[in-house]
Design a protein around this ligand. Structure first.
Ligand code: XLS
Ligand code: NI
Ligand code: NI
Length: 461
């Protein structure tokens, strides 16, 4: 059904100039797909946006500025459908070259063609997504540098920018006992070399941020683990990375991406609260903020909104990895986002926190193993972007036009004046609380009215 509508003609004169320019390599990998444009909710063209209208102004900012969408290189370009029980199900045409640098260039041609046809302003990568690592540190550095030069041209030609870079410190066998928290110093040093090179790449490409996700930074068994020492090593390692990057002109933000487990049984960056505590303890909170991922929040037993709020309240909410877990499965299924009710609640937190910046919304999400068509890649991202756009519109209306804010404010009104206000300002003692309780007697019960709030959200979707 999708391919039938691929032919549908779109009036490209209507496309606004601000859009990223389509950049194709020597040969097009998605020849059947043109630029994806906004056609409105009535459109039945699956290769169009129903809600994401990048130049639409929502409370003073364009949708593009609010949402800052990024394509994740690892899932979108490298994902071949492999799972724990079976090999690849997809043979994307850009993944066939045997020479690593040719393979890297093909992948990057496909990446920029895809990103620019989709109209996403940003992308994100791990060092190893751009090009396979070589046998030595020096050779790996050279390869990455070559890809950075190629990416520079592509970024310039398209206007697409790097949201964040990172180093893959979890796939190589050497990291089986961890990277920065490895009990063996020589492995930690290898991780240092890799982070240095990934930072060089991020800086050279003008990356707005740099992410640390510690997939193997944790333990499988406490019996063989000195937790205190490992966490101290992590604190020291991150400070070294920060110092190196700052010395070399990096003005962006560092992010920690919390996740409680998987692949490690227990990960040190468990959730936002644990990471904030760690950052404060190692005096890193000035340079580091949080990159909150939906499915990691739910794995930690929280809602996505909870993690966003925890980060926002510490002034550390900067970026998100957008995806979604499965209610029936207990692992990181990384599905594309599609739940408007949940995302509207998340957008309420994001908007009230002042938005995502310098980060954005990175689609750390993958096609299902049995989705094997090129157009599935477009459908996944288009629907993800539309879901966010719709949630942004709903959340903005809730904040501007509904009683949502007033209700919540009213709930705390007893702290706005009198002894409540005095308590907040630090002007009460435990004895004066007691005297107040004696004078005022048993408090009148007040309803939390959760159902009314839920009804309100539904009305605005
Ligand atoms: C894995 C993480 C990973 C990070 C980047 O669960 O989400 O993809 O985002 O290393
Ligand atoms: Ni994840
Ligand atoms: Ni992620």
């Amino acid at each position: 059904m999708i391919s039938a509508t691929l032919e549908k003609k779109v009036d490209f004169n209507q496309v606004k100039k601000e859009r990223v320019a389509i950049v194709t390599g020597p040969k097009a990998f998605f020849p059947a797909v043109e630029r994806i444009v906004f056609e409105g909710p009535a459109s039945d063209n699956p290769l169009s946006f129903c809600y994401y209208d990048e130049n639409k102004i929502v409370n003073g900012k364009t949708m593009k500025e609010h949402l800052r969408f990024a394509v994740a290189y690892w899932h979108t370009l490298c994902g071949d459908g492999v799972d724990m029980f079976g090999g690849p199900t997809r043979q994307w045409p850009w993944l066939s070259a045997s020479d690593p640098l040719q393979a890297g260039r093909d992948k990057m041609d496909a990446a920029f063609e895809f990103i620019t046809k989709l109209g996403a302003p940003f992308y994100c990568f791990h060092d190893t997504d751009l090009v396979d690592q070589a046998a030595t540190v020096k050779e790996s550095e050279k390869r990455l540098q070559a890809m950075v030069d190629y990416a520079k041209e592509k970024q310039k030609a398209s206007g697409v920018q790097l949201l964040w870079g990172t180093a893959n410190l979890f796939s190589h066998a050497r990291y089986m006992n961890g990277a920065a928290t490895n009990p063996e110093f020589s492995v930690l040093a290898q991780a240092g070399a890799q982070v240095k090179s990934a930072l060089d790449a991020t800086i050279a490409l003008g990356g707005k941020g740099y992410v640390f996700w510690g997939g193997r930074e944790g333990y499988m068994s406490l019996l063989n683990t000195n937790m205190k020492r490992e966490v101290e090593h992590l604190g020291r390692f991150l400070a070294l990375a920060r110092d190196y990057a700052r010395k070399n002109g990096f003005t962006g933000t560092f992010y920690i991406e919390p996740k409680p487990m998987e692949p490690t049984k227990h990960q040190y960056d468990f959730d936002a609260a644990a990471v904030l505590n760690f950052l404060r303890h190692y005096d890193l909170l000035g340079d580091f903020k949080l990159n909150i991922e939906v499915n990691h929040a739910t794995l930690a037993g929280h809602t996505f909104q909870h993690e966003l709020q925890a980060a926002a309240d510490a002034g550390a909410l900067a970026s998100i990895d957008a995806n979604r877990g499965d209610y029936q499965n207990g692992w990181d299924t990384d599905e594309f986002p599609m739940d408007i009710f949940e995302l509207t609640q998340a957008m309420l937190v994001i908007l009230e926190a002042g938005g995502l910046k310098p980060g954005g919304i990175n689609f750390d999400a993958k096609l299902r193993r049995n989705s094997i068509d090129l157009t599935d890649l477009f459908a996944a991202h288009i629907n993800g972007m539309d879901t966010f756009a719709r949630s942004l519109l709903a959340a903005d209306k809730l904040l501007q036009n509904s009683p949502y804010r007033a209700w919540r404010k009213e709930r705390y009104a007893s702290f706005d004046s009198g002894d409540g206000a005095r308590f907040e300002a630090g002007g009460m003692t435990l004895e004066s609380l007691r005297d107040f309780a004696v004078q005022n007697g048993e408090p009148v019960p007040k309803s939390g009215k959760q159902e009314l709030y839920e009804m309100l959200i539904n009305k605005y979707l």
